[in-house]
Ligand binder design. Structure first.
Ligand code: MG
Length: 263
C-alpha cells in the first residue's frame, strides 16, 4: 500500500497538536512572558482559623455559612428552611431531619469547610461522628470521627467515600475543629451524555494533603461504585444527616475559573 506523504504529515501534525493540547496549553495559548496577557484579578486573602475563632474568607469567596444563619441552605427533604440547629457561631446536624443543601448550584470549586465530631465520642466505626460533604450532591468527602477509631479505609474521615481512603489519617480529636480545603473539578459530559472527563478532588485535611487529584469513578455510594450519569455543570452542595450531632462552621466556596484564552 502506498501512503501519500501528505497523509503522513497530516497525521504527524494531528499528533503534535494533540500532545500540545494535552499539556493544558492549547495551540491558542500565550507566548512566554507576553505582557498583553490579562493580569489575574486581585483577591484579598482571608485569615486562618484558630481553635477558638474561625478565620475570614478570601475577598471573592461566597460565604455559605458565616456563623449566624443558614439562609443559603434548604432542607433536602422538602425544600423548606434548613432544619438544623444554629448556635454560638456554628450549626449542628439535627438527626432525622434529613440533609441540607445549598439553594444555589456549584460546579468546579475551592471549598472550605470546618467541622467538629461530637465530644465525648459515642459509637464506633461508621456510627461515630458521621456526616459528609457532598460536592454537587453526588460526590462525598466523608466526615467521620476517625481519631483512634477504625472503619473501612475508604470510609474514614476525608475518604472519597467508597473509592479512595485519605493518603494519611490527619484527624483531630472529637470536640476539636477540623478543616477540609477541597479543590474539586466537576465531571464533563458530551452532548450525548457520555463522560468526557471524570471528576477530580484534591483535599487537605487540617492542612495535610490527603487526596491528590483523585479521579472519581462516579458518584459515591454505600457498598457500590455506580457509573457516571450525565448531570448539569452546577448542582447544590449538600451535607449529610447521618443521625449524629456533627457541627459545622466557616463554610465558603470559590468557583474555579478558566484561564483567559488568547483572543
Ligand atoms: Mg458520611
Amino acid at each position: 500500500m502506498i501512503v501519500k506523504p501528505f497523509r503522513i504529515s497530516l497525521a504527524v501534525a494531528t499528533l503534535v497538536l494533540g500532545a500540545w493540547a494535552g499539556w493544558g496549553q492549547s495551540g491558542r495559548d500565550w507566548p512566554v512572558h507576553d505582557r498583553s496577557r490579562p493580569q489575574p484579578e486581585i483577591v484579598t486573602p482571608g485569615t486562618f482559623s484558630m481553635p477558638e475563632e474561625p478565620g475570614t474568607p478570601p475577598s471573592d469567596a461566597i460565604v455559605l455559612f458565616g456563623g449566624t444563619d443558614l439562609s443559603r441552605w434548604r432542607s433536602q427533604k422538602d425544600g423548606g428552611p434548613a432544619p438544623w440547629k444554629v448556635e454560638n457561631g456554628y450549626f449542628e446536624v439535627v438527626k432525622e431531619t434529613g440533609g441540607i443543601e445549598t439553594k444555589e448550584g456549584y460546579g468546579s470549586c475551592q471549598l472550605h469547610v470546618e467541622w467538629q465530631a461530637p465530644s465525648p465520642p459515642k459509637g464506633e466505626d461508621q456510627d461515630r461522628g458521621n456526616s459528609g460533604v457532598f460536592l454537587m450532591g453526588l460526590y462525598e468527602v466523608q466526615v467521620l470521627d476517625s481519631f483512634g477509631s477504625r472503619t473501612y479505609p475508604d470510609g474514614q474521615a476525608a475518604a472519597l467515600y467508597g473509592q479512595y481512603p485519605p493518603l494519611v489519617n490527619a484527624s483531630r480529636p472529637p470536640g476539636e475543629w477540623q478543616v477540609y480545603d477541597i479543590a474539586f473539578e466537576a465531571p464533563r459530559f458530551d452532548d450525548d451524555g457520555s463522560l468526557l472527563k471524570p471528576a477530580r478532588a484534591t483535599v487537605f485535611h487540617n492542612g495535610v494533603l490527603v487526596q491528590h487529584a483523585s479521579e472519581l469513578t462516579g458518584p459515591t455510594e454505600h457498598k457500590a461504585r455506580p457509573p457516571y450519569k450525565a448531570h448539569p455543570s452546577r448542582l447544590p452542595l449538600s451535607l449529610q444527616d447521618h443521625g449524629h450531632p456533627v457541627r459545622f462552621r466557616n463554610i465558603w466556596i470559590r468557583e474555579l475559573r478558566e484561564r483567559p484564552a488568547r483572543p
